[in-house]
Design a protein around this ligand. Structure first.
Ligand code: FAD
Length: 317
């Protein structure tokens, strides 16, 4: 059963969440604990992010800098398989164009098939930290649409060089990302929505939103998407505020506004614990309103927020 079937089948609003693979060398204990704790709320599926490699600089003798390529969070596919196996819950690994050639991506698709994983979130991925704009790697896709094209060809039984796959496996189902407050690089909302329409027309079965704190922006976005003929579920992404530092980091990183009412409450807080309580109350009300208005599912971003999500889920489910 793929993710859209799972969402449609569930009475009421489904619960799902996203985790990051562990930092390199830190093992799986903390991640598995997160999954275990949130299992209390019967997640319908779990997403696993993907992180490209990056360059870091170390000072060596003589004050020279040595460049080193590292991947801080490797292992998305293996972690997805481990979660599926250990917790018997559908997994949705993110597959990103960023940092990958078409051949790299093809090997990932083969690995995923071997592991019986057929649901993906298809993304262009973040640019490399050292670049000012996104650059494809070798012949790798420039946009999510180009990666979708490759996956569709694979589903039809062809490798990227056009050779037929002798024994094609199960077809991949996939969702894509969307941005109620516009993707940072998109010149305007119309063009960004046109990209979403293209992704859906090519086969995306649902879209998951970038996190947001102002439900009006989500409702307006869904309305505009529907007016363009985008009929797939648009799943809201929720990240409760949990730290004082997030008041500036979240808008900068995720290109979303904090509504004035939320900001006014949060800025009064003296400690992270106080902000966390404000975040829980805000996200609880946000989720309740989304549920009342028929949101198909609520998708939670867990970084720094596991305790908050548990509290919110207890409040709303
Ligand atoms: P695209 O849909 O390709 O869009 C990228 C930009 O290009 C947009 O501005 C779009 O309007 C424009 N565009 C697209 N196609 C065209 C075209 N043909 N011509 C001109 N312009 C075009 N990043 C990660 O690295 N790893 C993750 O695991 C990850 N998970 C995410 C999960 C969710 C739910 C979301 C919302 C984001 C996630 N991201 C992740 C971040 C995402 O990769 C970045 O936001 C990235 O910059 C854009 O990815 P995309 O798939 O939306 O790209």
């Amino acid at each position: 059963m793929n993710i859209t079937d799972i969402i449609k089948q569930k009475q009421g609003t489904a619960f799902s969440f996203e985790v990051l693979p562990p930092l390199k060398g830190t093992g799986t204990d903390k991640l598995f604990r997160t999954v275990e704790e949130l299992s209390e709320f019967s997640p319908r599926y779990i997403n696993i992010t993907t992180h490209r490699s990056e360059y870091v600089y170390h000072e060596v003798e003589g004050g020279l800098l040595q460049r080193q390529r590292i991947r801080r969070r490797p292992g998305t596919i293996a972690i997805a398989a481990a979660i599926q196996h250990k917790f018997n819950v559908p997994v949705v690994p993110h597959i990103v164009a960023s940092g990958n050639t078409r051949e790299d991506l093809e090997y990932m698709l083969l690995d995923l098939q071997f592991l019986d994983i057929s649901d993906l979130l298809v993304l262009r991925g973040d640019k490399a930290k050292e670049d000012s704009t996104f650059r494809p790697t070798g012949d790798g896709p420039r946009y999510a649409t180009e990666l979708i094209e490759q996956i569709n060809r694979f589903n039809e039984g062809f490798f990227h060089d056009g050779t037929p796959i002798k024994v094609p496996g199960e077809k991949f189902h996939y969702g894509v990302a969307c941005y109620p407050e516009k993707h940072e690089e998109a010149p305007n909302m119309e063009s960004d929505l046109a990209v979403l329409k293209q992704k859906v027309d090519m086969g995306a079965e649902y879209a998951v939103t970038q996190l947001f704190y102002d439900n009006r922006k989500y409702f307006e976005f869904v309305q505009r998407a529907r007016a363009l003929g985008i009929e797939v579920p648009i799943i809201p992404g929720i990240k409760p505020l949990a730290k004082l530092s997030q008041l500036s980091i979240v808008p900068k990183t995720f290109h979303c506004d904090l509504p004035e009412a939320l900001y006014r409450e949060a800025v009064k807080c003296k400690t992270d614990e106080e902000v966390k309580q404000v975040g829980i109350e805000w996200a609880t009300e946000q989720c309740r309103e989304l549920m009342r208005n028929g949101a198909p599912s609520l998708h939670f971003y867990t970084v720094s927020a596991v305790e908050s999500i548990k509290q919110i889920a207890r409040n709303i489910y």
